[in-house]
Design a binder for this molecule. Structure first.
Ligand code: 13P
Length: 270
């Protein structure tokens, strides 16, 4: 079964996985700060960047940022959604609301949602279904803890998260889904997975997708790495055959550093 490919390599049928650089701002930036960042980003990113660029501001800044991004290739993601269409869910936001505010993508199953807010695989699956129903592209996050890795359970955990998260999604749903591998021990710790460690898991994910959805779906899937990505280590990570993009927290908050991440292809030595 030959499914390995380089990021952005053309496939036999002429399609390719375009690299994706996504910034997850988490609970950072007021509306004024977000507007300032995006005004500067839009100026810095002309001409059109090679990677697909996505930013995920907090809910409060989405609409203002969406207005500034009109006509720009930068895409917007929300960081979470509620799985119900509407109703008595105080404090929650639906897929339709996110879409209307200007998002094309939504992050689902981030490890901070899993550990700090008790989200489990079955709930994450319902969120994926809701996102797809609302016309959003999910950025579906998975990743093992340090303890799970050290106990040799990493692949079991990753497999359970993918299997239960995707559950019975159709091939068409999968075509609209991005996966982000974010080892919990690498998030915000400065301890990045080595390119070899990340590639091993990315390849495992792609092979799982190939086994369930076929080689074409697997080859076309954007699999992003997240966890202490910086302008210093991004080029080496992106040079791995199964790493198609990066989901960046801390280093996406400064516009200069984010622009460097987007321009990773011009970093020396690649
Ligand atoms: P850091 O880049 O700050 O490690 O965060 C990664 C992350 O959680 C992105 O979703």
């Amino acid at each position: 079964m030959e499914i390995r490919m380089k990021a952005a390599v053309h496939l036999e049928d002429g399609k390719m996985v375009r690299p994706v650089i996504a910034g997850n701002w988490k609970m950072n930036k007021t509306v004024a700060e977000a507007v300032d960042f995006v005004s500067r980003l839009v100026k810095a990113l002309t001409p059109r960047p090679e990677p697909e660029v996505i930013i995920a501001p907090p809910f409060t800044a989405i609409q203002a940022v969406a207005e500034l991004l009109q006509g720009s290739p930068v895409r917007l993601a929300a960081q979470n959604l509620h799985e119900a269409e509407k109703g008595a869910y105080t404090g929650e936001i639906s897929g339709a609301m996110i879409r209307e505010a200007g998002c094309t993508h939504v992050i689902i199953g981030h490890s901070e949602r899993r550990t700090l807010f008790g989200e489990q695989d079955e709930r994450i699956h319902r969120k994926l279904v809701a996102a797809l129903a609302a016309g959003l592209k999910p950025i579906f996050c998975i990743g093992e803890t340090l303890q799970e890795r050290e106990e040799g359970r990493m692949k079991n955990v990753i497999e359970r998260q993918i299997k239960e998260g995707l559950n019975n999604l159709t091939a068409d749903d999968i075509r609209r889904t991005l996966v982000a591998y974010e080892p919990v021990w690498a998030i915000g710790t400065g301890r990045t997975a080595t390119p070899v460690q990340a590639e091993e898991v990315h390849r495992f994910i792609r092979e799982w997708i190939a086994g369930r959805y076929g080689n074409e779906a697997a080859a076309e899937m954007a699999i992003l790495y997240g966890g202490s990505v910086t302008p210093k280590n991004i080029a080496e990570l992106m040079s791995q055959p199964d790493i198609n993009g990066a989901l960046v927290g801390g280093a996406s908050l400064d516009v200069g550093s984010f622009v460097q991440l987007v321009a990773y292809q011009s970093i020396e030595g690649v």
